[in-house]
Write a new protein. Structure first.
Length: 57
């Protein structure tokens, strides 16, 4: 898995979508990573309802 905090926003968004598509349900984000917007975009567009995901911050 790619280290999401080293990715630009589009790459981070795609990494979340890819992870969810292969079964990941735990998503890690933090203010220090500065990726909240991209992770949120990935969560909204991944096709899984939010209640089925565990989001860590």
């Amino acid at each position: 898995m790619r280290f999401i905090w080293l990715l630009d926003d589009e790459q981070a968004h795609q990494a979340v979508c890819d992870a969810v598509s292969i079964g990941y349900r735990h998503i890690d984000t933090a203010q220090a990573y500065m990726n909240e917007a991209a992770v949120g975009k990935g969560i909204r567009s991944c096709g899984i309802v939010r209640e089925e995901l565990f989001i860590y911050d």
